[in-house]
Each structure stands twice: as C-alpha cells, then as structure tokens.
Write a protein that binds this ligand. Structure first.
Ligand code: PAF
Length: 290
C-alpha cells in the first residue's frame, strides 16, 4: 500500500496506474479514525474496482467543515492504526496529506450547494457543507477517481455530494454504503469513542426511535405524528440533547405534510455532552413497501 503525503505524489502514482491499465480508480474519502463502517466502504470500493482496479482512501480531518467551537481539535486521530486497517482491506493507496498541503492560504474559491447546504444539519452547523463540498471537490480534482464511495449515515452529505457532482458535471459515479451498527443499534461513528460510558449506554436511543418509526410508517401515520413520536422517545432519555428531528422526502429532502405516500427519511441529530451524533432511516408507507 502506497502512502502519499503530497498532491504530486498521489497524482504521479495514479498517472502510472492509468498509463498501465484502463481499470477504474475508486476513492473512499475519510477523516480517519476508521471503524467497521469505513471498512465496509473500502470493501464496496474494492467490489466496484474489481480485481484489476485500484482503491484509494484519503485521510484528512478537514478544518473547513468544522465551525468555531466544534470538535476539530478533539476529533479522534490514529493514523498508524488506520494504515494497518487499510492494508488489511487491500487498499492500494492512501492519500494522507498535512493540512498545509491541501489548502493554499490565498485560495479564493469555495463550492456550495446553495439551498441544500443551508437546511437540516446545515442550519445547525452553518458552513459545514460548504467545507465538505469544497474538500470533496479538491479530492476529486487531485485524485480524479471514476467512482467515489460515501457512507449513508451522513445522508445529507451524500445528497450534497451527489447534487454537486451532477450540477458541476464532474463525471464521477457516487455510491452510498449502508450504515453499520453496533450490537445495540448505535450507528458506527468515529465520534462514538468520545462518549462517556454513561452516555454510550444511552446512545442506542437513536436507533430505538428509528426502529419504532419504521414500524409506524406503514400504518397511514402522518409525518407530524411520526415526528412527535420519535421526538418523545428521544426526549424520554434525559442524557440526550435533541438537536433536530426531521422527516423529509427520501429523494429530494423536501418537507412532507400529511400521511406518508412516498419513502421518507427520518433524520436525527442528538448531542450527548459535547458529542454530536447523527443517524437516519428511510421508511416506507404501506403502498411503497420495499
Ligand atoms: O464524511 C466524512 O468523513 C467527511 O465529511 C469527508 C467526506 C471525508 C469530507 O471531509
């Protein structure tokens, strides 16, 4: 596995691959501190690349997607462990640049999916999706993959990236990988290690609320009723600080009123102490059972 610290090094490596073969290059962007959720994305990338293709992972804790007072400094990092895990998954190369390598202090350009960046998590974390769209565009331009793989846990992020790739004619296939969960249902996240043992024990309330919503969805329930049920389940957990509960059209993320008639996504953002967790579930009315 090649470890590239500079843009020039990863570009040269990929140019060598491209000159030797037409097989696809598949990118999995990450911020490191890898867990089983990331590794499942590496396997998806390998399956898409095929035996001849190449899988590249990037590890970069991107400062521009963290707001003032957010957890950029305390975001967990363990590069040596990440490299071992990626090696074990047969990843061909890792792009792990230093911060100074990625952003030019004179840079003038940002990428923003206008309305989509301002709604939902974008309201709670202003500027977050601008940081994500800009770094992902830069990674796409540096690595020029055929396909890129992202986790469905960051549902809105995936929507932002798909929209950006389509709007800007990037010509890169975007694939989403399913959420991986702990035994008690908690969605895997690099931030889970920052939960106190007490908060960790309660954090499965997100998955429980989503399980209940999934059961209710085919009963003709309205979006408002479903939302208040989910909210009540979360509010019943005193350690949880509910940041937002939203029910949106699963494809367009448009607001929904009245009974569900199409697949909807339930989007949760809940803090435990200083740890911000998100989760989501696509649910189906009876007429649209999967
Ligand atoms: O999902 C993440 O880990 C990050 O938001 C991403 C896509 C790697 C961009 O920094």
């Amino acid at each position: 596995m090649e470890i590239c610290r500079t843009k020039a090094a990863i570009r040269d490596l990929i140019a060598d691959w491209r000159s030797a073969s037409d097989a696809p290059v598949v990118l999995v962007p990450t911020m490191g501190f890898l867990h089983e959720g990331h590794l499942s994305l590496m396997r998806l990338a390998r399956a898409r690349a095929g035996a001849e293709g190449r899988v590249v992972a990037s590890i970069f804790v991107n400062p521009t997607q963290f707001g003032p007072g957010e957890d950029f400094d305390s975001y967990p990092r363990d590069e040596a462990r990440d490299f071992d895990l990626l090696l074990g998954e047969g990843v061909d190369a890792v792009f792990a640049p230093a911060p100074g390598e990625v952003y030019d202090p004179q840079a003038q350009t940002i990428v923003e999916t206008r309305e989509l960046a301002k709604t939902l998590i974008g309201k709670l974390r202003p500027g977050h999706f601008r940081g994500v769209a800009t770094i992902v565009t830069k990674l796409f331009n540096i690595i020029r993959p055929d396909t890129a793989v992202f986790g469905e846990k960051d549902y809105q992020q995936l929507a932002v990236i798909r929209t950006m790739a389509r709007d800007l004619d990037m010509g890169i296939e975007i694939i989403g990988g399913p959420i991986q969960r702990e035994a008690d249902g908690l969605a895997m996240s690099s931030r889970n290690v920052r939960l106190t043992p007490e908060d960790r024990a309660c954090a499965s309330v997100l998955a429980r609320a989503l399980d209940q919503a999934e059961e209710m969805a085919p009963t003709g329930v309205t979006a408002a009723r479903l939302r208040s049920h989910v909210r009540a389940t979360l509010d019943a957990e005193p350690r949880a600080r509910v940041q937002s509960v939203d029910i949106r059209d699963a494809v367009s993320l448009a607001t929904i009123s009245g009974p569900l008639t199409r697949p909807a996504v339930i989007l949760l953002a809940v803090s435990f102490g200083s740890v911000f967790l998100i989760d989501n579930r696509v649910v189906h009315p009876e007429s649209e059972a999967p």
